[in-house]
Every structure is written in C-alpha cells, then in structure tokens.
Design a protein around this ligand. Sequence first.
Ligand code: BG6
Length: 447
Amino acid sequence: MNAPVIVIFGITGDLSKRKLLPALYHLLAQDMLPEETKIVGISRHALDAGELLNSVELCVLEKDNVCDPVGLGRVRNSLQSLQLDPENADDFHKLKELLDSFDGDQPARRLMYMSIPPSAYPPIISNLANAGLNDDRTSLLLEKPFGYDLESAQNLIDLVDTHFQEEHIYRIDHYLDKETAQNLLAFRLHNPIFATIWNAGHIKQVYIRAIEKIGVEGRASFYEQTGALRDFVQSHLIQLLSITMMDIPTDMSSQAIHTSKENFMEQLEPASPGSAVRAQYNGYKDEVNNPGSFVETYARLHLKHTAERWQGTEIILETGKGLDDKRTEVIVEFKEPGEELGNKLTFYIQPDEGIGLDLVVKEPGYENSLGQAALEFDYQSRFSDNQHIDAYERVLLDAVRGDQSLFASKREVLASWHVLDQLMHAWLKDGEGLKHYDLGANTDAIS
Ligand code: BG6
C-alpha cells in the first residue's frame, strides 16, 4: 500500500483526540498503515502538537492500559499541523503546496477528513475544489450528521456533488464499522435457518436501542444543534435497522449492499409525533447554559415499514444519554401466538459483543410448566485471540483502501432524513410533551 496522506479538519476537536488519532496510532503501531503515512492536522489556531500527542497517549492508555512508545513515535513522525482559515482561499493553496511536497514517485492518496459540524463544510469544500484538491486521488470523508434536516442534507449533497465524484465521497457512520454490526449481515447471510422466518409472518418486533451513560460531555453547542434524533437515530439506528431488515443483497459488492439498504429505507413510513417520545435529562439546561432548551437527550420512535414482507412487524428505535447503562443491542422478537414466553434473538453490538437466543423450555418437575432459557455466544471468549478492531480504525482503513461498503450513500442519507423530517420539525417548534428524567435513570422510568 502506498503511504496515504490524511488531512484532518478539526484536529483539536473531541472526535479527533478521542477516536481518530488513537485509531491512527493503532493502525501505525500494527503496520496496517505504512510508516511513511502523513497526517496533517488542520486548525484555525496555532497548534501545540505535543499537547495533541499527550491526549492520544492518555486515550490509548485509558483503553489499552499500555501505550506503545514505538507506535506513539510513528504518530509523532507522521503528524504535522497547519493553521488554516476555512474562508481564506489562499490558505488552501498553501495546503496544496504542502501536500504536493509529500509526493514521491507515486502520487499519494489524499483523504480529507471533515471532523467538524456540517455548517462548517461549505467554505472548506469549495476552497478545496478551488485549490484543485478534488482530483481523482482525493477522497472526502464526511462525519455525521449530514445536514440538519432533509432540505439542508439535499443542499449539502448538491454542494459536494458539484465538486467531488460520488466514488470519492465517504459519509461516515462508525456504527456500521463495529464488529458485531458487520456480523449482523454475515449472520443473516450464512445461517439459512433464519432466512425463511425473517419476515412479518414470524417476527413480531424489531427493537434497536443504543443508550449511553455519558451526557453531552462538553459538546454543548454541537448537541444543542443536534439532539438525540439527529445524533443517533438519523444515522446509527436507521443504519442498524436496515442491516437487520433489508433484503439480502444480490452480492456482497458495495453497490449491491447500498441498493438493498436504500430500498429498505425508502419504504419506511415517516415517523409521526404521535408515536414518538422525547425526554431530556435533568441538569441538561444548566450544562449547555440554555435555560429554554428543549433539545431531547432521549428519543423513542415507533416506525412502520410498507413492504409486504414487513407488514405488521413493530419497529422501535430508542436512544438516550445520561442513562444507567452503555449498551447497544438489536432485539428480534419472534411470534408466539397468545403466549408470554417466546423466542428472542439479540445481537449485542456493545459493550459485550455477542448473540443470544432465548428459547422456551420445559422446567424440570412433575408439572408441565414452561420457562425461558438462553443460548449465548460471546465474542470475547470465542475469539479471544483475535484482534479487536476499533470502528474508527476500520473507517480509516476502508477509506484508504477505497472500499465504500460501510459508508452511507446519498440515497440512504436522504431516505433517513425523510423518515424523521416531519417529527423533527414538530419537535423543533416547541417543547410540548418533553419529559424529564434524572441522570442515571433506567429507560423504564421514561414512559
Ligand atoms: C457519536 C455521537 O456518533 O457516537 C456521540 O455523536 C456518541 O454523541 C457516540 O457518544 C457513541 O459512539 P460509541 O462508539 O462510543 O458508541
């Protein structure tokens, strides 16, 4: 692999310190990226690279308990910073000069990573193009959310389309890169016993929840513009739902996977305010310093799918911050007419990755009473020797390799905004119906 050049806009941001730079550290330390890889950190202000490296070291230590000095040394050697004003076209010519100076015999692939809010994209994208940084060797990586609603997403797509070809655009949803999210598709493809019952005739409910203990963690202005619906549902949850319920792709090419997801999402009925719950944790308003804020930190939606295959299956999506647990799971509940007990298939996406299948069994004894028993498989004990790849490592590596399978297509982005648009605009009007919960609450407390 030729050494790529990775340019990160928003290098001092939370995402870059907590996820991107540690991911690059792992990729460099494990020789998944060549040592000659260049990382250019872009910031509006003069940058202290030493401080950045310290935060990488802390993040790696927190996660792995050990930070390999060789790996950290490689990040240090690869990383350089550039002060740039997004509105200043000349600064982008300087960026181009810097990137051109890295070229050896082979022109390096260039990745422009937008680790910034979508409102900051337009001048950067136009100025990259003005400076000629939109050629065939340049890819654009866009962090979610892609816009703020259907209309702004369409505008953003139009702007990006004017300057970049679709094959060079990577719309990131790091939940697609989580090991067990990928396993969901593998499971559906390679366990044919489930294939014939994967429809409304047998599946009563698909329930996907991603809850977190953390609050907004200093990202007040980001979260005030985002809220749970845009932050999680529009992207992570609708993507997980598609992988769970879409038709099996005709083949495993990126194009076929996207076509299946697009067809699935486009047949979801728009969410209506009457079938959704929103709530905010107590203390949020003080945290974001906005006494009038009615931004939701929790959302639960009931959706319907119009395809014949899914007529009658309930779909529930739930997410929230400041709750009692950090957990993402996909629960597929099978029908058991008239009975309380039944079969349930759970994909544990995180933290303890695995799959569980609840069965109905006869309880021991003279009575014919029934009970529930679980078959459980957990990744850690089954594959303890295998290397566990962080989602952002996969995001970066796939983009470097030019594989778009685990990124969102523009039709997917528009379809998911379409599902939420009516609900979101209703919620934006006022705080009617907004519930409140205490930090550390269980979701049952938010009815
Ligand atoms: C991000 C959201 O996409 O995902 C954050 O913007 C959230 O609000 C984060 O905390 C959770 O990611 P993970 O991988 O830690 O579950």
